[in-house]
Design a protein around this ligand. Structure first.
Ligand code: AHR
Length: 561
């Protein structure tokens, strides 16, 4: 750092490139001067720089927040999770069985439940993914389970010991809601209709009695229903027209009978939507939304799903999840920011056919997808989770919040042990990842009201990658308190944030920040606290909050008035 600074010194501090080094650190040594003309002053300045910390501080970024300008509600469902029968996502990650030595409640591990309760998971999507279109629910109920194969994911055996009742028990234990995806690819409308009747009816039908005999007399609530998964690919390679003809049948006949969900809390039906930025996805969204515009009383959808993974250089994912450097850090973050334009593109199509925004865009699979960890089963999609993923998660959550009027749900892939997981387990051990901590820090944004923030982000550049140096969102929580979430993407330079808040008199701010020694720092079972949040606070100065944020950090603070 010092050498960059020295080499770029041109005789006047005003001539420093703010991209390289900061006026801020040097301010102490040069309160008023327009330049350093004496070698002695230069030495003093450099010493002051060296003493102020390990970094040179970048140019301040001014955030302007007008609290009177409230936007859309940030639906808590953007913090949804995804648990597929894939690798150790369900088996071992959630389900260990009642006979396990791992502390559990009715077979569901207690450590995982406690961790998930702490982040108030709004909904969990299950049983897939691609797995959903090969799942037959009857295999997973009753005292004698049918043992099947999981051809999508490693060809391993699925004992079906985790089925409907176990999933609903898990949902209940963590205080969440069920997002159940039904099998359109290899199932039938009757199979799916029967499953919903089995889960939700309160009437004394044969299926209701079977559910009661299996231990649950009361009907279950199903908040969200996925009508297939990636039906354009692993869900059956359907054309938009073929999918539409199928989906309408499922929408018509797969009913939720729960008396508590007839007027209020009606189940949302989510159709398969786009899977990326290519023209075929534009055509897909056009077809579904055009059909929605013309829909009759006999079918309906409330949501359109979107899948978008962060994969650099195409499939199969080749970037490592740990043991990488700044180049991979910058490239992955650049790629993840494409989420914004993708949402904008599909939202624009949706606006055309649904200007009232009745249909939500549900980004129900997203996250960083990297190469499988060496030595792991490649079908299990095992990867580590680093500080890069914490930054990636924050950037995507910010994007969803900015599109809160249309994006009313999102499910990171996946919750435990698979892809960008929040939790990793190994037998009795459990570790929380940097991504988990971001979800914890973002809790106040659940159902908060978006407040627009304007700022000139500046640039962080590395090689041929240029990224906004900072990103920020603001929101008022359900108690009216203002929260700011600010990400410093720059892995080398801290940033000073000057937040000017119109509409309130801010006195201070307190919250948490998460950063790490390196861009690829991770938490492991042996060192679980390498990347954890720490407290941060700031006082108002001249009506502005001044926050100093570390490199590659995510920060969430509440503003005290
Ligand atoms: O999340 C892993 C897989 O990615 C899902 O099963 C599928 O829907 C997607 O292609």
């Amino acid at each position: 750092m010092l050498s960059i600074m020295t080499s770029s010194y041109t005789g006047s501090l005003r001539n420093y490139s703010v991209n390289d080094c900061s006026k801020h650190t040097l301010r102490a040594a040069r309160p008023t001067s327009s330049g350093i003309n004496s070698p002695l002053l230069l030495v003093v300045a450099l010493m002051a720089f060296a003493l102020t910390g390990p970094y040179c501080v970048g140019q301040s970024v001014v955030l302007s927040v007008d609290v009177s300008k409230a936007g859309a509600k940030i639906d808590r469902n953007i913090f949804g999770q995804f648990a597929e029968h894939l690798g150790h996502g369900v088996y071992e990650g959630i389900w260990v069985g009642a006979a396990s030595k791992i502390p559990n409640t009715r077979g569901i591990r207690n450590d995982v439940v406690a961790a998930l309760k702490a982040i108030k998971v709004p909904n969990v999507r299950w049983p897939g993914g691609c797995f959903a279109d090969e799942y037959h629910w009857r295999n997973g109920i009753g005292s004698s389970r049918v043992v099947t194969l999981n051809p999508n994911w490693g060809g391993v055996i699925d004992p079906n010991t985790f089925g409907t009742h176990e999933f609903m028990d898990f949902i209940d234990q963590i205080g969440s809601e069920a997002y159940v995806s039904v099998n359109i690819g290899s199932g039938t409308p009757k199979e799916a209709a029967d499953w919903l009747e089995y889960m939700t009816t309160a009437q004394p039908t044969t299926l209701e009695k079977e559910r009661a005999a299996n231990g649950h007399p009361a009907p279950y609530e199903v908040a969200n229903l996925g009508l297939g998964n990636e039906s354009w690919d692993c869900g059956g390679n359907m054309t938009p027209d073929y999918y539409l003809s199928q989906m309408k049948i499922y929408s018509r006949f797969v009913r939720n009978f729960n008396p508590a969900q007839q007027e209020k809390q009606q189940m949302l039906k989510i159709a398969v939507g786009p899977g990326g930025g290519e023209p075929r996805w534009t055509e897909w969204t056009e077809a579904i939304m055009k059909a929605f515009q013309q829909h009759t009383w006999s079918w309906d959808v409330n949501g359109l799903s979107m899948h978008n993974y962060t994969v650099v250089h195409g499939w199969p994912p080749s970037y490592a999840s740990v043991g990488f450097g700044e180049t991979e850090y910058a490239q992955v973050l650049k790629s993840t920011l494409d989420m914004d334009s993708l949402i904008a593109r599909h939202s624009a199509i949706m606006d055309k056919y649904d200007p009232a925004k009745k249909v939500a865009l549900i980004v129900d699979e997203w996250g960083g997808w990297y190469a499988p960890l060496p030595g792991s089963n490649p079908g299990f999609l095992v990867q580590q989770n680093s500080q890069r993923d914490a930054v990636l998660a924050a950037l995507n959550l910010n994007i969803f919040a900015r599109h809160a009027d249309r994006v009313r749900g999102a499910n990171i892939a996946q919750m435990i042990n698979v892809l960008q997981a929040l939790i990793l387990t190994d037998k009795e051990k459990m570790v929380l990842t940097p991504t988990y901590y971001v979800y914890k820090m973002y809790l106040p944004f659940q159902d908060a009201t978006f407040v627009p923030v304007t700022f000139d982000a500046g640039w962080y550049t590395h090689g041929d990658v240029a990224l906004p140096r900072v990103d920020a969102i603001a929101a008022k929580d359900t108690n009216g308190k203002l929260w700011l979430a600010i990400t410093n993407l720059d892995p080398n330079q801290p940033v000073e944030i000057e937040a000017s808040l119109a509409g309130i008199t801010a006195k201070s701010a307190t919250g948490e920040t998460i950063t790490a020694p390196k861009v690829d720092s991770v938490n492991t079972f042996d060192a679980p606290n390498t990347v954890v949040p720490k407290a941060i606070s700031a006082k108002a100065q001249g009506g502005k909050l001044v926050l100093k944020l570390e490199p590659k950090s995510v920060t969430v603070v509440s503003v005290e008035q």
